[in-house]
Ligand binder design. Structure first.
Ligand code: ATP
Length: 239
């Protein structure tokens, strides 16, 4: 049974890397239900490796990963998914020749059995009305921003409790970023989704986040509320 009082994500002492190269040197972080937490840091700081290790796509050498109270450390990726995690990678991730509708249905393949697909489709349409208007269009023919909405919709079809988002604003116009970030905030507020947001677009991320971690060279160097982080004048010296 999932433990509803446990944080949705609880990572401690995570050590991981590639081959002989150690990239994460003891990372710890936490995401509660209904919270948007941003993980900030320059290119190469280890943000993507952190979420890969959380999912089990990179095998941690030490430390623990708990998703909704379940210990998923060094377990296959499907354990993290079964515990409620979904990841949206930074590359565009849609099946270009399939319609928007079919892409979303594929996302539903990971949903727990018995959870209403029709209802989830309606929720995604409500979140992103533009997708409803283009339901039958091949996803690959849509704009970059709309394709991001499709990938987010696909992840949501699986009814995740914890979303791991890698650079959702990458290559998108500011107005589209604002729309997508606004929807993320409502998913956290209305559905209690926990969101870990990896972003280079720090200003935008801090607008919607509750808390923030700053990462440098494979370590978390600071944890603050998003408000404290927004007020910092020495922000860029942190990294
Ligand atoms: N598949 C891989 N094999 C070997 N080294 C890798 C691999 N992926 C990442 N690295 C290295 O791990 C370090 C951390 O990379 P990571 O992608 O986690 O950083 P990041 O903070 O997400 O930055 P970015 O935004 O550029 O992805 C970098 O030095 C990178 O070169």
């Amino acid at each position: 049974m999932p433990d509803n009082s446990a944080p949705l994500l609880d990572v401690s002492g995570l050590v991981a890397g590639y081959g002989r190269k150690e990239v994460l040197h003891g990372v710890g972080l936490r995401v509660e239900a209904g919270e948007i937490v941003t993980l900030m840091g320059h290119n190469g700081a280890g943000k993507t490796t952190t979420i890969r290790a959380v999912l089990g796509a990179v095998r941690p050498r030490a430390g623990t990963v708990r998703i909704a109270g379940r210990d998923t450390t060094r377990r296959p990726v499907r354990r993290a998914v079964a515990a409620g995690a979904a990841m949206i990678p930074s590359e565009r991730f849609v099946f270009p020749d399939l319609s928007v509708h079919d892409n979303l249905l594929l996302g539903a393949a990971n949903a727990p059995s018995g959870s209403g697909t029709a209802q989830r489709l309606a929720t995604v349409k409500e979140l992103f009305p533009i997708l409803g208007e283009r339901w039958k269009q091949p996803a690959g023919s849509m704009s970059g921003g709309q394709q991001r909405m499709v990938s987010l919709g696909m992840a949501l079809m699986a009814r995740p409790r914890l979303l791991l988002l890698d650079e959702p604003s990458l290559g998108l116009a500011p107005s589209v970023v604002e729309t997508i970030f606004g929807r993320l905030r409502s998913l956290a507020d209305d559905e209690g989704l926990g969101i870990l947001l990896l972003e280079q677009n720090v200003k935008q991320a801090l607008k919607i986040a509750d808390r923030a971690y700053a990462m440098r060279s494979g370590q978390v160097i600071l944890e603050e509320t998003a408000e404290q982080m927004r007020r910092r004048t020495d922000f860029w010296d942190l990294f």
